[in-house]
Design a protein around this ligand. Structure first.
Ligand SMILES: *Cc1c(COP(=O)(O)O)cnc(C)c1O
Length: 396
């Protein structure tokens, strides 16, 4: 009965009642291998005992007090996230879009304090930053924006993975204060830029006095094989946003910053009633503890590397397969045709995965995935893609 829900999602005809690790069970007791993890959220898998325990203990102690008071768990979480990311200060909120809103507001405020009239933020084609008005404007996908005009002013669009385009912006505009990018585009189709792109953007930002703001909402928290995806290229941004896996399903987002960017939001300039409450912070601290203790970023790098190589061996070179790419456990298989129906076919086989940018089959399994589960997933994906391509030929 979905008639009382706004139809913002075309939901699949299944409801899950229980989860454990990389597996979910539906109302009929059927088991599914979850290679989407709640869209990159449940990195520790479902019902992780350490997270469950932290949530239960904190819920029985203190859920919420508001940011009018000190919240020791929030201070501890901020310190740990700053240590892991090289940032200096954190602002906590409840989602990825909110974390990016904070980043955009921070950039504008810094621009305004520096006397830049109408400060602008550079964003990329194919980007996804969320669904609030500012973040859907920053998103580089017309389908996300259509019907919500007027959009928010103050954004400049460039092609992704194109340093020359950014340099042209630097030559032609005086109003830019920041660049906001995903280190690997997620919703845009698992687009991995060239190795020298992010370092090039960093150098340009340094030269121009622009903030480099990285949206690591999907790529962060070990997903791509390091804490932050940008750490693989040795790039230190000025601002980083996190959300998705930060609470393993408990809603929490963070906007982290260093240097001048860390000082720009003072009392009264930004706020969140729920942001960083004791329950959310207890969940996130448990997530960090498990990820560090079990070296899950390293595991994601190793297992993801093998899975990528296996999928490339199985699928690359087949007519219809344009690319098999990704890093860590963020993988995409780009076909030459729309393949949305693969999601339902996979569901019927007991595998949860996703298609993004119409033609890219996307895998975001939990980082606790085992070798055997990865092998099973690889085999299922190979069969699904083969079937889809064969069916396409039949129709043609
Ligand atoms: C999911 C996502 C967001 C939006 O996060 P919400 O929690 O849905 O607001 C923003 N940026 C990126 C890169 C994402 O993948």
């Amino acid at each position: 009965m979905t008639e009382h829900l706004m139809e913002t999602y075309a939901r699949l005809p299944v409801a899950f009642v229980r989860g454990e690790g990389a597996w979910l069970w539906d109302e009929q007791g059927r088991r599914y291998l979850d290679a989407l993890a709640g869209i990159g959220v449940c990195a520790l898998g479902h019902a992780h005992p350490r997270v469950t325990e932290a949530l239960c203990r904190q819920a029985a102690t203190l859920v919420h007090t508001s940011n009018l008071y000190r919240i020791p768990l929030q201070e501890e979480l901020a310190a740990r996230l700053c240590r892991l990311t090289g940032m200096e200060r954190a602002f906590f909120c409840n989602s990825g879009a909110e974390a990016n809103e904070a980043a955009i507001k921070l950039a504008r405020r810094l621009g305004n304090t520096r006397g830049v009239e109408q400060p602008a933020v550079v964003v990329a084609q194919g980007a996804f930053h969320g669904r609030t008005l500012a973040t859907l404007t920053a998103t580089g996908n017309r389908r996300v924006q259509a019907g919500f005009e007027p959009l928010v002013p103050g954004f400049v669009r460039v092609p992704y993975n194109d340093l020359e385009a950014l340099e042209a912006v630097a030559r032609n505009r005086q109003d830019v204060v920041a660049v906001l990018l995903e280190p690997v585009q997620g919703e845009g189709g698992v687009v991995v830029p060239d190795e020298d792109y992010l370092p090039g953007v960093r150098a340009l930002c340094d030269r121009q006095g622009w903030l480099l703001m990285l949206d690591e909402v999907q790529t962060g928290m070990g997903r791509t094989g390091s804490w932050l995806a940008c750490q693989r290229q040795g790039v230190l941004p000025d601002v980083v946003t996190l959300a998705k896996a930060l609470g393993n399903g408990f809603p929490i987002g963070a906007c982290l910053a260093r240097g001048a960017a860390a000082e720009v939001l003072g009392p009264g300039s930004h706020a969140s009633t729920f942001g960083g409450n004791p329950l959310a912070c207890a969940a996130a601290l448990a997530v960090l503890e498990v990820m560090e203790a079990e070296a899950l970023a390293e595991h994601a790098a190793r297992l993801g590397g093998r899975l990528l190589a296996g999928l490339q061996e199985a699928l690359l070179g087949r007519p219809g397969v344009l690319a098999v790419r990704g890093c860590g456990l963020m993988l995409g298989i780009e076909l030459d045709r729309p393949c949305g129906e693969l999601v339902m076919r996979a569901l019927e086989r007991g595998v949860l995965l996703n298609v993004t940018a119409e033609r890219v089959l996307r895998l975001l399994p939990p980082l606790i995935l085992t070798e055997e589960e990865a092998a099973r997933l690889q085999e299922a994906v190979r069969e699904l893609v083969e079937e889809a391509l064969a069916a396409g030929e039949g129709r043609a």
